[in-house]
Write a protein that binds this ligand. Structure first.
Ligand SMILES: N#Cc1c(-c2ccc3ccn(Cc4ccc(CN5CCCC5)cc4)c3c2)n[nH]c1N
Length: 242
């Protein structure tokens, strides 16, 4: 998979080259190119923004600069691409999106700043390729770069060979529709707090039941919306007895 990121702050994307993602890049599983939007400006001030038509707070990013940048970036590789534009007004990004994006040959991310990017940019490219305006959560950031780091990590970990243990991705939270329960490791007792006995019993059936019960309890307490979204047959009699 090839990933391109266009931003006025290329340094914000440096973490992509660390740790797991850095190894994925080094092993050729992922090809990442970060581009400075200002390389496509032509004025001495390298202006990328201007006042909003109709008034309102802040500045809006200019369509001409984005058009020149995205034309050049898209033309640099013949693989079909999906353009992903983080925005506070975007559709919520989900684990299902991460799986869908992991199947793409190429993702191009447009990182806005200020009040966002002139809407005509999204509208223009939507005539030529798939374009997603996504949001990573109901809180307000200052730009799209952090969202790109989140999305790229969620996608890259699903690529074959990136995670050391492929079972991790297969057994993700949300993969069975529930939050995962608590995890424990050595020591057996830490600050007078023991590991639950069942986890040391060797009784795999009891362990699986205990873990399912803890996942259900946690989901009821923290994400009742996930329970409501479960298919009717997702909970068995023992689940409902909890
Ligand atoms: N993903 C994601 C995001 C973002 C995100 C993503 C991309 C950009 C580009 C610029 N900003 C800053 C910004 C902040 C607020 C507003 C709304 N206006 C404020 C006053 C009148 C309306 C517009 C832009 C961005 C924020 N924030 N939160 C998420 N989950």
């Amino acid at each position: 998979m090839r990933i391109d990121v266009v931003t006025i702050f290329p340094g914000y994307l440096a973490p992509l080259r660390e740790a797991l993602l850095g190894r994925a890049i080094g092993s050729g599983l992922l090809d990442v190119a970060v581009h400075d939007l200002r390389d496509w400006t032509h004025d001495v001030h390298q202006a990328v923004d201007d006042s909003p038509y109709g008034g309102g707070p802040g500045m809006v990013m200019r369509p001409q600069v984005w058009g020149d940048a995205l034309d050049a970036v898209l033309a640099a590789d013949e693989r079909p691409a999906r353009l992903v534009v983080p925005t506070p007004a975007g559709r919520p990004f989900t684990q299902a999106d991460a799986h869908a994006y992991a199947a793409e040959e190429r993702l191009v991310f447009a990182c806005g700043r200020y009040e966002g990017i002139d809407q005509r940019v999204v509208d223009h490219y939507a005539d030529a390729l798939p374009v997603d305006e996504i949001s990573i959560g109901d809180y307000v950031l200052v730009g799209g770069e952090v969202a790109v780091l989140v999305v790229v990590e969620a996608v890259a970990r699903l690529l074959p060979g990136v995670l050391g243990n492929p079972r991790s991705a297969a057994e993700d939270s949300f993969s069975d529709g529930l939050l995962e329960g608590p995890s424990y490791t050595r020591p057996e007792v830490w600050r007078d707090r023991p590991v639950p006995d069942v986890l040391r019993s060797g009784n795999h059936g009891a362990i699986a039941r205990w873990r399912r019960d803890r996942a259900l309890e946690r989901t009821v307490a923290r994400r009742p919306d996930l329970l409501a979204a479960l298919p009717p047959d997702a909970l068995d009699k023992k689940d409902r007895a909890l």
